[in-house]
Design a protein around this ligand. Structure first.
Ligand code: CMC
Length: 429
């Protein structure tokens, strides 16, 4: 039997066969690109519940089984054995590097961590109490005003240089966003440190004393970057792709992604989790909050729970939950928030409402807690997600730019507004 789906318009009796395309994993898709030509109709799918917007060979998620693969490698194996820099190489170039390739790549990233001195001045234009994500949106977008020489999106080498710059400079920009919000000096990057260690020194060192990053904290930070590195066609990545489809430059596209990630339904959820746990305050209040989350008339949602794709435990949440316990033990931190989170999870996972709707903890549930435990300020949680996700955005952007049939993204609509009507002069209204 042909691998097609036949669609019939019952009003005219016209039937057309549409091809079914198969990927290497996951459900097949119906190729409906000629639907409008054949039937004069669009499909209607707000929120993309049933729509694949592209082909991609970067990341795969099986939401039912709770599986996440980067370039085919399971996230738990990468979390266990890889480093963020190696993961960046994998996502950008497609395969794991050899030892020499990794050394060279790591050296390139290390030597691109400084930013143009003019960019420092940019910060002073913001209000002192600006949220670091607000500053990030502006400063990342401004990179295109400082690095003109890598803006030719049709040139492979330019694209690569832009990617190196984004991976390398985001920790500097991010940490300075935090420093600015505190009125503190902006440290320069240190080339003797690894990626996560350097980020920690950019965040926490002072010119007045020596700073040695805690290796346990640095390892946890590196893990967070790996776990956030890509997640196929989520809201911010789709935003980057859509922006890029207009042939906008990569820095402009990435800043569009930063803005989208900030929302509490997306990357902003980790900050919202901590606010929620602080508000719950005590295990004895959990039932009240579970009841609020189940009440349709109450806008409250259990932050860090539920996911569009995962209908099982988010594999990243599992990894962070374990790491969180280890970090708290090693650092001898007694964080009551972790206790509340564990208890909340236990109760929610048994509750009929959450079970029936398959609402499990997502990556943001524990990422906020681990960051809280290692001393990262709450307003930096989403910024850290941004640093990790930037490699996913830029890799997906490159994939989109280089595909054969690349066209501007342009969704259609079902118009339900006023029919054509004549302008009424002011005096007659
Ligand atoms: N608490 C209570 N009820 C929930 C929750 C929650 N966290 N999440 C979903 N539901 C309910 C929702 O009310 C709806 O119920 P009904 O069918 O009776 O109307 C049902 O579950 C389906 O929810 P939805 O909003 O239609 O699902 P969605 O796929 O559009 O949204 C989500 C996914 C992640 C936005 C949503 O689960 C949510 O708002 N979660 C809390 C915010 C959060 O943790 N976001 C981080 C997402 S993971 C990281 C990332 O992608 O950035």
């Amino acid at each position: 039997m042909a691998d097609t789906v036949t669609i019939t318009d019952n009003s005219t009796g016209k039937s057309v066969e549409f091809p079914i395309k198969h990927g290497s994993h996951g459900p097949p898709v119906i190729d409906i690109r000629t639907l409008y030509k054949e039937f004069g109709m669009f499909t209607y799918d707000p929120g993309f519940l049933s729509t694949a917007s592209c082909e991609s060979d970067i990341t795969f998620i099986d939401g039912e089984k709770g599986i996440l693969l980067y370039r085919g490698y399971p996230i738990d194996q990468l979390a266990e054995n890889s480093s963020f820099i190696e993961t960046c190489y994998l996502l950008w170039y497609g395969d794991l590097p050899t030892a020499n390739e990794l050394e060279e790549f790591s050296g390139i990233i290390t030597r691109h961590t400084m930013v143009h001195e003019g960019l420092r001045n940019f910060y002073s234009g913001f209000r002192r109490d600006a949220h670091p994500m607000a500053t990030m949106v502006g400063v990342v977008g401004a990179l295109s005003a400082f690095y003109h020489d890598s803006l030719d999106i049709h040139d492979e080498r330019s694209r690569e240089i832009s990617a190196h710059r984004i991976i390398a400079k985001l920790p500097t920009i991010a940490a300075w966003s935090y420093r600015f919000s505190r009125g503190e000096p902006f440290p320069y990057p240190r080339n003797d440190l690894g990626y996560a260690e350097n980020f920690l020194q950019l965040m926490f060192s002072y010119p007045t004393e020596e700073y040695e990053p805690n290796p346990v904290v640095a390892k946890a930070m590196d893990l967070l970057f790996i776990l956030h590195a890509d997640h196929e066609q989520n809201a911010s990545t789709s935003t980057v792709r859509l922006a890029g489809s207009s042939q906008a430059n990569p820095f402009a596209c990435i800043s569009a992604g930063v803005g989208t990630l900030w929302g509490p339904a997306h990357g902003g959820a980790n900050e919202a989790v901590i606010k929620m746990l602080t508000e719950i305050g005590d295990v004895k209040n959990i039932d009240k909050y579970i009841a609020k989350a189940k009440d349709h008339d109450d806008p409250f949602r259990l932050m860090g729970f539920g996911h569009r794709v995962y209908k099982n435990y988010d594999p990243r949440a599992k990894i962070i939950r374990k790491a969180c316990k280890e970090v708290l033990d090693v650092l001898k931190v007694n964080d009551p928030m972790f206790e509340i989170a564990l208890r909340l999870e236990e109760i929610a996972l048994k509750d009929e409402y959450f079970v029936a709707k398959k609402l499990y903890p997502n990556v943001d549930f524990y990422s906020g807690i681990i960051q809280h435990a290692i001393g990262i300020p709450t307003n930096m949680f989403t910024v850290i997600f941004t640093i990790g996700r930037a490699i996913g955005w830029i890799s997906q952007w490159k994939e989109m730019i280089t595909e054969d049939q690349q066209r501007i993204g342009r969704p259609r609509q079902l118009y339900v507004g006023a029919k054509t009507r004549d302008y009424i002069p002011m005096g007659e209204r």
